[in-house]
Design a protein around this ligand. Structure first.
Ligand code: GLN
Length: 185
């Protein structure tokens, strides 16, 4: 399959590597027309305000809101997929969740935590960098992982969102799950 990584900002190359390790072709997406030629899309981390601005500028917002593509958001990418952001408005509205940005208190800058992720593994290394957490989920959202009382991974239909950065480790099982279990071809 061909899996796109939105390449306006953030850790693009690392995601492409995980796509390739999962046995598929990874494509950096810089123009909306490229969306017609892929089977799924990864929205990387970075800074969600900047990411939203660039997505507005290059026409990605409308196109992705209408799109039926399966999507996987990491960190800022998760924020972009949410229907609601604490103190701001939601954006793509693909995941029925409320996220809170930069919300890990004293550990706000960065930390790592071994995660149990439902349906994937019990030993995923989660790298959190100024990470959001998911404060509220709608009825159709499945909670896949929590750190303490904070939700850090969810799934709804063909959309997957995580607060951390799986692409920054060598372990590609989360990306593999998105592509090989969530995308029908
Ligand atoms: N703190 C960033 C934001 O709120 C997200 C950080 C990240 O993607 N690593 O947009």
């Amino acid at each position: 399959m061909k899996i796109g990584v939105l390449a306006l900002q953030g850790a693009v190359r690392e995601h492409i590597r995980h796509i390739e390790l999962s046995g598929h072709e990874g494509i950096a997406i810089k123009k909306v027309e490229q969306l017609d030629d892929i089977d799924g899309l990864i929205l990387p981390g970075g800074e969600s305000t900047t990411l939203r601005r660039l997505m507005d500028l290059y026409g990605f917002k409308e196109k992705l809101q209408q799109s039926e593509l399966p999507m996987f958001g990491t960190c800022a990418g998760l924020i972009v997929l949410a229907s609601d952001v604490e103190g701001e408005s939601g954006y793509l509205n693909k995941l029925d969740i409320t996220v809170e940005r930069n919300s890990f208190g004293r550990q706000v800058d960065s930390f790592e935590s071994e995660l149990e992720i439902k349906g994937i593994a019990t030993d995923i290394e989660g790298v959190f960098i100024r990470a959001p957490h998911i404060a509220k989920v709608g009825d159709n959202v499945e909670i896949l992982s929590e750190v303490g009382d904070k939700i850090v991974a969810v799934k709804q239909d063909k959309y997957l969102g995580v607060s951390f950065h799986p692409e920054l480790t060598d372990d590609y099982r989360v990306t593999d799950y998105f592509i090989n279990h969530m995308i029908q071809k």
